[in-house]
Design a protein around this ligand. Structure first.
Ligand SMILES: [Cu+2]
Length: 282
């Protein structure tokens, strides 16, 4: 009896509020709707990055989160770490800047509100290379040649991105001109090879979920030795996600960190020949 009255009361409330409830509406359908909308406002997503002991690395290298996520960096190392966003700023890059210090054995938090990419590095174990706009591993870093940098990918829509973008390979260097590119889906991304040597596009394997959501294949870009002026290739990305790619001629894959690592023969070692394409849905 009591249950039936509650049901009738909530039905009346819903009828007054909504005004358009059909006669088939029952208590079993109205109850879950109310409870989920009430709890959704209270959930704060959380995620974490670890600084493992004596490695000078951030784990994972790429962390994907939803907007408003509180990210915790847990320092399991025996020394303090200071890390900061790179100077790279754009409509999708480092929209919130931060500079954080975390003592040995402690943790620190930062809340990411804005969708986009956040690229940060440890100011003691790595440096910002202004020539190439890349984070470089310090010679004394314990993870060398892997740099102590990390990416926080805050998923969500970003307005005003192009659907076609041109990247290139620098003449005389084993390096893509831009490390980070963003475009809206379906995105047409081209690379022109200004170098003499051949280079490649291939995705870094074994990343979960929305990182490299589809395999765009292995693509060779002939250099000016093979094709006068160098070759241009174009790849269409119609699935939103973050694409992490490298050149298999100048990098190897480190299975532990799942990162592409420069080979010593690469012209700008220890900088890896890697790039990221953020493909955003509409
Ligand atoms: Cu290459």
């Amino acid at each position: 009896m009591r249950k039936a009255r509650l049901c009738l009361n909530s039905m009346l409330v819903l009828i007054v509020l909504g005004g358009i409830l059909s006669t088939t509406t029952s208590c079993t359908t109205s109850t879950p709707v109310r409870s989920s909308s009430a709890s959704a406002t209270k959930i704060t997503p959380r995620a974490s990055v670890t600084i493992p002991r004596a490695q000078d690395l951030f784990t994972p290298f790429i962390l994907q989160v939803q907007p408003r996520t509180i990210v915790t960096w847990q320092n399991d190392d025996s020394v303090a770490h200071v890390f900061t966003t790179t100077p790279d700023r754009s409509a999708f890059m480092n929209l919130q800047s931060f500079s954080l210090t975390v003592a040995a054995g402690q943790s620190i938090q930062f809340t990411f509100a804005q969708p986009g990419l956040y690229h940060y590095y440890d100011t003691a174990a790595a440096t910002w290379n202004r020539t190439f706009s890349r984070v470089a591993a310090g010679k004394n870093a314990r993870g060398f040649p892997i740099a102590m940098d990390g990416i926080i990918w805050v998923q969500g829509l970003i307005s005003g991105l192009p659907t076609a973008t041109l990247n290139s390979i620098l003449a005389g260097h084993d390096e893509y001109a831009s490390e980070f590119i963003a475009a809206s889906s379906p995105a047409s991304i081209s690379w022109h090879n200004f170098d003499e040597d051949a280079h490649f596009f291939g995705q870094v394997p074994n990343w979960p979920a929305a990182i490299n959501p589809v395999d765009a294949g292995l693509h060779r870009m002939a250099g000016s030795q093979d094709v006068p002026g160098g070759q241009t290739i174009t790849i269409l990305f119609d699935t939103p996600g973050l694409y992490y790619y490298y050149c298999r001629n100048h990098d190897r894959i480190d299975p532990t960190t799942r990162r592409a690592v420069a080979l010593t023969k690469a012209s700008d070692y220890p900088l890896p020949m890697v790039g990221f394409i953020l493909v955003v849905g509409k």
